[in-house]
Design a binder for this molecule. Structure first.
Ligand code: GDP
Length: 445
């Protein structure tokens, strides 16, 4: 149905593979394709436009990795940027439900999956979080809806407020509050009436209920398949009632997830959960990674992104290994090693990972050897010129002084670093001389 984004980009970028960095023009070409993909995924035009602009700035000038195509690289950049937009603050799926009984107001259009979602969330809170939950339907216009909630409650073993004929929504909300307090419930959920469209009466009713219940969370349930409409609905509900989070339903369908992006970009509201089917446990916390993959139209996007990250490291490591077998080890190699150590959690982290070294990690810490040393050493190397890094023997006393001063350090620290590099270089030479059967050559096979 849709052309895969990586396929689209593949052609555009084939000719670029030999260049060192992503040029402005090439990025622009690729991002035109990205924009089409976003629109096909139901992202609204202004959102797609803004998004692409932000990515363009980020992507231009990035170094091209050898083993993935520049097209794939742009996809990775786009993927990461999508996650940035989709991600809300705080723990995904977290609800403010301290101070029992905590009211949760459920709002949304009829048919969005509001009643189903109310029951799914009640079940989740009960089963996973051990909460006692009371549900109440306020849909006085549709007795069938009230019964539906009662039946779902019985199925999942969650209490519902008994139905009293002729009661209005505000009265039901008050009764739910009292009942929740008396019955020792942690949470009570108010399933408000839905309409096919937003109208004044619907909003007035929801607002009146909100005012008596004072909800800790007002969750808007929207059909994820309705794309742009979903965003309009969310904007209106948020303006008129105030929404604390969104639940996107029908994400098990073949929608492409663009609504999620527009929703976040336009309303700024966190998407807390997604509905993934009709069954009572078909609800999950919202995962930006998954939706990003879906918007880009590739199931294996995560694998691709991981590969891109790994490739960069593997390429660097391979290059270093090759040099090492020849007995070469300059400041660039040392810098890479120091950076890798930092990434693995520094000295302490690395030792903590090795069996039996936990105690030593503490000693290292006590001796004052921490990550700041690694960072200082990296800073020193960064202050050197390209030539000096490749051949540190070139460094004269005056340059040493300058470099140390540039990094805000003593020359003695630089001398230590130089000694370390020489010693490691000597070690590499010895290992390289071990010939065909040498350790490094074995390791490279
Ligand atoms: P309400 O009018 O908003 O309360 O909507 P309902 O909760 O009655 O849901 C309407 C229909 O959508 C029902 O048949 C539900 O089973 C179905 N539904 C709700 N959520 C989902 C979902 O996440 N995925 C799918 N496939 N169906 C859903």
């Amino acid at each position: 149905m849709f052309e895969n984004l990586s396929e689209r980009l593949g052609g555009v970028f084939d000719r670029l593979t030999k260049q060192g960095a992503l040029s402005e023009e090439d990025v622009a070409t690729a991002l035109r394709e990205v924009r089409v993909a976003l629109l096909e995924a139901d992202v609204s035009l202004p959102v797609a436009r803004d998004f692409v602009k932000a990515v363009q700035e980020k992507a231009t000038g990035q170094a091209v990795t050898k083993s993935i195509t520049p097209g794939q690289q742009v996809v990775k950049i786009v993927h990461d940027a999508l996650i940035d937009v989709l991600k809300g603050e705080g723990e995904p799926g977290a609800l403010k439900i301290d101070n029992p009984p905590a009211p949760i107001l459920m709002v949304g259009l009829q048919g969005s999956g509001k009643t189903t979602t109310t029951a799914k969330l009640a079940k989740r809170l009960t089963d996973r979080d051990g909460k006692r939950v009371l549900m109440a339907s306020l849909d006085v216009n549709r007795p069938a809806a009230m019964e539906q909630l009662a039946i779902l409650g019985m199925q999942i073993g969650v209490d519902t407020l008994p139905i009293v004929k002729g009661e209005d929504p505000v009265a039901i909300a008050k009764r739910a509050k009292t009942q929740a307090g008396l019955g020792g419930y942690d949470v009570y959920m108010l399933d408000t009436a839905g309409r096919l469209h937003i109208d004044e009466e619907l909003i007035a009713q929801a607002a009146a209920v909100r005012d008596v219940a004072n909800p800790r969370e007002t969750l808007l349930v929207v059909d994820g398949l309705t794309g742009q409409d979903a965003v309009n609905v969310a904007t209106e509900f948020d303006d008129k009632i105030g929404v604390s989070g969104v639940v996107l339903t029908r994400m098990d369908g073949d929608g492409r997830g663009g609504a999620a992006l527009s929703m976040r970009a336009v309303t700024g509201k966190p998407i807390k959960f997604v509905g993934l089917g009709e069954k009572m446990d078909a609800i999950e916390t919202f995962e930006p990674e998954r939706i990003a993959g879906r918007i880009l139209g590739m199931g294996d996007i995560v694998a691709l992104v991981e590969k891109a990250q790994e490739t960069l490291e593997i390429e660097q490591t391979e290059r270093m290994m090759k040099r090492m077998t020849k007995g070469q080890f300059n400041m660039n190699d040392l810098k890479m090693q120091l950076e890798q150590m930092l990434k693995m959690g520094g000295m302490e982290g690395m030792m903590g990972m090795m069996p039996g070294m936990g105690k030593m990690a503490k000693q290292v810490e006590a001796a004052g050897f921490d990550d700041s040393i690694l960072k200082r050493q990296i800073a020193l190397i960064q202050s050197m010129t390209k030539k000096e890094r490749a051949n540190p023997a070139l460094l004269q006393a005056s340059r040493k002084k300058r470099i140390a001063a540039g990094a805000g350090l003593e020359v003695s620290e630089l001398n230590k670093l130089l000694k370390m590099q020489r010693q490691m270089g000597d070690m590499m030479k010895k290992m390289g001389r071990m010939g065909k059967g040498g350790m490094l050559k074995q390791a490279m096979k």
